[in-house]
Ligand binder design. Structure first.
Ligand code: GDP
Ligand code: ZN
Length: 333
């Protein structure tokens, strides 16, 4: 048994770098996959066994994760999906000339929820109309993310611009990169590495990035740590996100703390400090609306999870109540 880390996922098969530096393609031990939540993701530390005469290693255990990037599984009603584990920083990439504030808010919630350090990267700065435009967008985003989060600006045409990103991925750390397809994530990785290690997505005529399935991989940054581009992260449904929402909407939650009722829904309750702030123009109606929408999304998911748990519970009790007719009687010794 050796320890290792999943450095790449290729068609579902984890590629593990063992403590001896070997790269071993692995599968999961059957006993492991039976349990819930038991598939190794990129960044996971694992116990791996390479049986004599086997071409694949076998992952027998996944070590507890220090951090995980979790979204709602887009194909399931109420199941989480872990996309990456054990990283130190999340870079949220948005195109400077076309920032989608609603999407940025959601990405920030997911990023904050992991507990990792968060940095916003505004990409393709060369596409800004003017220097003034670029500065205005940057300041608007900085106001949105608050004083604790850095907002960097990069451009493919300006190699020096990537250095501020590089400085945030020092040796011994891992960063993950999230953002819509086509925002320039692969290009950033290639700039960091100094060569084309990551396939870039050609932009379609309508300016939208094309979806390409590229394997997820930990890429070594020369002289630094690792960066994981998370391509194809299309649906970003929230999973547990109370802490993330609290961090991404600290301004709204501060106001909410001053509502007359502790469980104020900020609808038509008297003494609602949030709505008062909207009316006074201190909080934008759009930001309030997206806060409410993200809250609703997590609340609904919580309800569904509860429901799923109840159903599982009922089934489990049915099983225990049912007589074990089919089971062979155990031999007495
Ligand atoms: P990803 O899908 O987020 O990995 O995006 P890519 O890195 O593949 O970039 C999508 C497209 O945007 C490609 O055609 C890139 O050449 C282009 N692109 C990336 N960075 C820049 C930039 O700084 N400036 C400009 N003008 N285009 C860029
Ligand atoms: Zn209220």
């Amino acid at each position: 048994m050796q320890k290792g880390q999943v450095v790449k996922l290729d068609r579902g098969y984890p590629l593990v770098r063992t403590e001896h530096g070997e790269l071993v393609r692995c599968e999961h031990a059957t006993a492991l996959v039976k349990g819930e939540e038991a598939r190794a993701v990129i960044g996971d530390f694992v116990d791996v066994d390479v049986p004599e005469g086997h071409d694949k290693g076998i992952i027998g255990g996944i070590l507890p994760r220090t951090r995980a990037f979790v979204r709602k599984d887009p194909t399931e009603r109420a199941l989480p999906q872990v996309l990456a584990a054990n990283f130190d920083r999340v870079f949220v990439a948005q195109p400077l000339a076309d920032v989608n504030v609603r999407r940025l808010e959601r990405e920030l919630v997911l990023a904050y929820e992991t507990g990792a350090a968060v940095t916003v990267v505004l990409t393709k700065a060369d596409l800004a109309e003017s220097e003034e435009h670029a500065v205005a967008v940057r300041d608007r985003v900085r106001a949105l993310v608050g004083p604790d989060v850095r907002t960097l600006v990069v451009s493919e045409n300006d190699p020096a611009s990537i250095e501020a990103v590089r400085a945030l991925v020092p040796a011994g750390t891992t960063a993950v990169l999230i953002g819509k397809s086509g925002v320039g994530k692969s290009s950033m990785v290639n700039m960091l590495v100094g060569s084309a290690v990551q396939e870039t997505t050609p932009v379609r005529d309508d300016g939208k990035g094309r979806h390409t399935t590229v394997s997820r991989e930990m890429v070594a940054v020369p002289g630094g740590g690792f960066i994981v581009d998370m391509p194809g992260v299309r649906g970003l449904g929230l999973w547990e996100a109370d802490a993330g929402i609290g961090a991404a909407f600290a301004d709204v939650e501060e106001l909410a703390a001053r509502c007359r009722f502790r469980d104020c829904r900020h609808a038509d309750e008297p003494g609602c400090a949030v709505r008062a702030a909207v009316d006074a123009g201190e909080l934008s109606a759009e930001r309030f609306a997206s806060y409410q929408a993200l809250k609703r999304e997590t609340d609904e998911l919580r309800d569904r999870r509860e429901e799923a748990r109840r159903m599982r519970g009922e089934k489990a009790s049915d099983r225990t109540k049912a007589p074990a007719r089919k089971g062979k009687p155990r031999k007495k010794r």
